[in-house]
Unconditional design. Structure first.
Length: 340
């Protein structure tokens, strides 16, 4: 039985579909709407299919004396600003996902017409919020982090249909072994939902360009990677983030990995310059009009690549015993229309 697919904004996510590349911008916009718009442009130009914006209210997310309270307040956009940013993202052609941390933020994003919602992995055991996002009438990407199986299954049951699972380490930068890429296919089989990877490996490492490609080659339905305009600014999301030109290279490698795996997504993958064509059936000697074709009158040879291939050796049984409709010259490729 195949894993389920999920429709997001006109795209299908799941088995048999290309891997969805998602740019997760985190708080790289630093609370500035104009920077958020630049991130949208960067994600589009880098080849992303979708973009994720965390939408939150710091006062609802962290306690007053939390050490990150001021930093989060500085990165918070006002509802009207979010409305314009999310609408600009929709207009870009990218799929737009809101990682909402409260119901008010959900409503702001829903009004802006986002294509899907996402939960943060730390909210895996926040059933009220999970159910509220699942009830928004849009697909839900359930952030599971490295959650234990009972917690993940319970959260998926709260979501109902229209859900995909996003797994990956919470702390950045993550060591390569923390990705557990071999588990992706097992989770998809276990939960019967599309499964993707949130890649938290060090954005400054060469492996950050390769890890998403490996995930796609191992069947990830989506890959999320942080995107920043300038990693040297060392913001809260910089450790796992890629700059736009690096993100572009990552996407390029991922698409190459898909092709290397053999996925053609409904089209036959063929090389127009290939000369490795199999043999065709040819006449061993002149066959006159009306002559009966016997096994002794056939040979099997490679023929001119500039001409269409004739019948293959495996089809010899179809023509033995039939008569030639016209003379067939020695070494001429035998085709169906030459026979009675």
């Amino acid at each position: 039985m195949k894993a389920a697919t999920l429709g997001i904004g006109g795209r299908q996510l799941g088995e048999g579909q290309p891997c969805l590349v998602v740019a997760h911008v985190g708080t790289s916009h630093e609370g500035k709407a104009d920077v958020a718009r630049r991130l949208i442009d960067a994600a589009f130009q880098a080849g992303a299919d979708a973009i994720v914006f965390p939408v939150f209210r710091a006062s609802e997310l962290v306690a007053r004396r939390h050490p990150e309270r001021q930093e989060l307040e500085a990165a918070e956009l006002k509802p009207r600003e979010w409305q314009k940013v999310l609408e600009a993202a929709k207009a870009s052609g990218l799929l737009v996902v809101a990682e909402a941390f409260d119901t008010a933020s959900r409503d702001v994003a829903a009004e802006a017409g986002v294509d899907a919602f996402q939960t943060h992995p730390t909210d895996l055991d926040h059933p009220d919020l999970v159910r509220a996002l699942a009830a928004a009438g849009r697909p839900l990407l359930l952030g599971a982090g490295t959650g234990e199986e009972p917690r993940v299954r319970a959260a998926l049951e709260q979501c109902g249909a229209g859900t995909a699972l996003v797994v990956g380490p919470l702390t950045a930068p993550a060591a390569p072994e923390e990705l557990r890429l071999a588990d992706l296919a097992a989770r998809r089989e276990r939960y019967r939902v599309p499964v993707g990877l949130f890649d938290a490996t060090d954005g400054a490492s060469a492996f950050a360009l390769v890890a998403p490609a490996l995930a796609a080659a191992l069947g990830a339905d989506l890959v999320e990677k942080k995107l920043t305009l300038d990693r040297s600014r060392k913001g809260r999301d910089a450790a796992a983030a890629l700059a736009p030109e690096e993100f572009y290279r990552m996407v390029e490698l991922l698409r190459q990995a898909e092709r290397a795996r053999g996925d053609a997504f409904g089209q036959e993958a063929a090389s127009p310059t290939s000369t490795a064509r199999g043999r065709s059936i040819v006449a061993a000697s002149l066959i006159g009009r009306g002559d009966v074709l016997t096994a002794e009158r056939l040979l099997y040879k490679r023929t001119d690549e500039r001409s269409p291939r004739g019948l293959s050796p495996a089809e010899a049984h179809r023509i033995i015993g039939r008569r030639a409709a016209r003379p067939i010259q020695a070494d001429e490729t035998i085709k169906e229309d030459m026979l009675e």
